[in-house]
Design a protein around this ligand. Structure first.
Ligand SMILES: Nc1ncnc2c1ncn2[C@@H]1O[C@H](COP(=O)(O)OP(=O)(O)OP(=O)(O)O)[C@@H](O)[C@H]1O
Ligand SMILES: [Mg+2]
Length: 165
């Protein structure tokens, strides 16, 4: 691991197993990312990009190796790492505003008042030009709009690491 790395992926292997069939997807993945650095993972469909991001997000556990963010090993999802999912993953029964508020309330309940949290949700939705659709459900907006809501949700958490799948 590089001492300057803020995020460090070391020796990550991932094998998906179904019954007796093992599907090795990642082998010996190493990546050091410094503070302020932007990294793009490029590769063919199915090569494992989303799997890497899901491991960094703490949604999947690597079969071997691990991830360190700001000196701490990743074992679970946390507000320090926000993921914009490849498939939007908004909750279908909540409106645009409620989807972002859910994440904001969970992250800032202890540090921002209810009024501040509400303003912060609106600010982030306006940043992605979704202020006009606050009360629509995910099924009532376009695919690109859903992605923009997902981006607003991720940005609103003020994460240390932004994972854009
Ligand atoms: N939960 C899972 N169970 C079993 N196999 C999986 C699972 N998730 C992904 N895979 C397999 O792992 C491989 C990598 O998938 P992944 O989604 O990481 O690819 P990707 O690089 O993000 O592809 P794309 O560019 O199409 O999004 C694929 O072969 C996929 O079929
Ligand atoms: Mg993918």
């Amino acid at each position: 691991m590089n001492d300057n790395a803020y995020l460090s992926i070391s020796g990550v292997d991932m094998t998906f197993t179904k019954g007796r069939t093992a599907n090795p997807v990642l082998r010996h993945i190493h990546l050091d990312v410094r503070r302020g650095e932007f990294i793009s993972l490029i590769g063919h469909s199915g090569c494992g990009k989303s799997t890497v991001l899901n491991i960094v997000a703490g949604l999947l556990k690597a079969s071997a190796g691990g991830v360190i963010v700001d000196g701490r090993e990743v074992n679970e999802p946390g507000p320090d790492r926000a993921l914009v999912f490849q498939n939007h993953s908004l909750l279908p029964w909540l409106t645009v505003q409620q989807n972002v508020a859910l994440a904001v309330d969970k992250t800032f309940r202890g540090s921002k008042s209810a009024a501040e949290r509400r303003d912060w949700v609106l600010h982030n939705l306006e940043m992605v030009s979704m202020g006009h659709a606050l009360h629509r459900l995910p099924a009532e907006i376009s695919g690109g709009m859903k992605q923009r809501v997902g981006i607003a949700r991720a940005l609103a958490m003020q994460p240390k690491v932004l994972l854009l799948d």
